[in-house]
Design a protein around this ligand. Structure first.
Ligand code: SAH
Length: 256
């Protein structure tokens, strides 16, 4: 019985893995944005140590590795993503400096004040922005940086339909000014805050729309796949309709 449940569980996860790993990134973002965010970080040397939390297959980590010559450790809870991450590092000849390890953001395998920079694109929501800001700070050296992207409200008010959707999906969604206040409360000096352009979402959704077609063909009559894709499509439709009210924002802070 428990074996059967496991099999179904694994199958579901494998589909989701297959779906997300066929994209270079598992969330909205691109190389230019990563490089722009990196330009606000000062003082990195060859000896600096960086962690990329919730790194996925490492789209952004490889960009970091190609632009700075530090040690970079990617951490993700999903073994399959980490395997692909390490393959990507090898393909790009970054394997000596860029390594992926399986771990959870709720209990990171670092020592206090070990890190010069914590990076996390499209992933801090898994622990929650406030908790991540507070709990990850101890791993940073004084003067070290944190750079994360977070889904954020652009306006103080918004239509009820989108408000209800995101409050259910991510109750911590909040305005830019409230997020900045949380950063400051956690002990960071806000260094740069910028909104990711609409194109990161439209590109992301264009890629996933193509994948959805392929998946529906491949897994015909599979209820799990159909439900999963329906929810993905609904999210992207909502984005088209309500994009002036929310989006991803880069929050970059310095531990003081
Ligand atoms: N940073 C990547 C992936 C974003 S998707 C990108 O921008 O492309 C979010 C990632 O967080 C997924 O890879 C997921 O496996 C990972 N994740 C979810 N919960 C986690 C946890 N508790 N600890 C570590 N990683 C987690």
């Amino acid at each position: 019985m428990s074996n059967e449940i496991h099999t179904i569980h694994d199958f579901d996860l494998n589909i989701i893995y297959e779906y997300f790993s066929s994209t270079e990134r598992q969330g909205p973002g691109n190389s230019n944005i990563t490089i722009k965010a990196l330009s606000f970080i000062e003082g990195l040397t060859d000896h600096s140590k960086i962690a990329d939390i919730g790194c996925g297959t490492g789209g952004q980590t490889m960009v970091l590795g190609q632009n700075i010559s530090c040690q970079i450790i990617g951490v993700d809870i999903w073994n399959n993503f980490i395997e692909q991450f390490n393959q990507n590092a090898l393909d790009k000849n970054l394997q000596n400096r860029v390594k992926g390890i399986v771990g959870t953001m709720e209990s990171l395998p670092f020592e206090e004040e070990e890190l010069d920079l914590i990076w996390s694109e499209g992933a801090i929501y898994n622990i929650g922005f406030e908790r991540g800001m507070n709990e990850w700070k101890k791993y940073l050296k004084k003067g070290g940086y944190i750079a994360v992207t977070e889904n954020t409200w652009f306006t103080d008010e918004r239509p009820i339909e989108i408000q209800e959707f995101w409050e259910k999906a991510y109750p911590e969604i909040d305005t830019i000014s409230n997020k900045v206040r949380l950063m400051q409360k956690a002990g960071y000096l806000p260094i740069a805050i910028f909104v990711l352009p609409e194109s990161v979402w439209t590109n992301y959704y264009a890629v996933t729309r193509r994948l959805q077609k392929v998946f529906l063909e491949k897994y015909k009559n599979n209820k799990t796949v159909e439900e999963f894709i329906t929810s993905q499509r609904y999210e992207s439709e909502l984005y088209d309709r309500f994009k002036e009210y929310y989006g991803y924002v880069f929050f970059i802070g310095k531990k003081i």
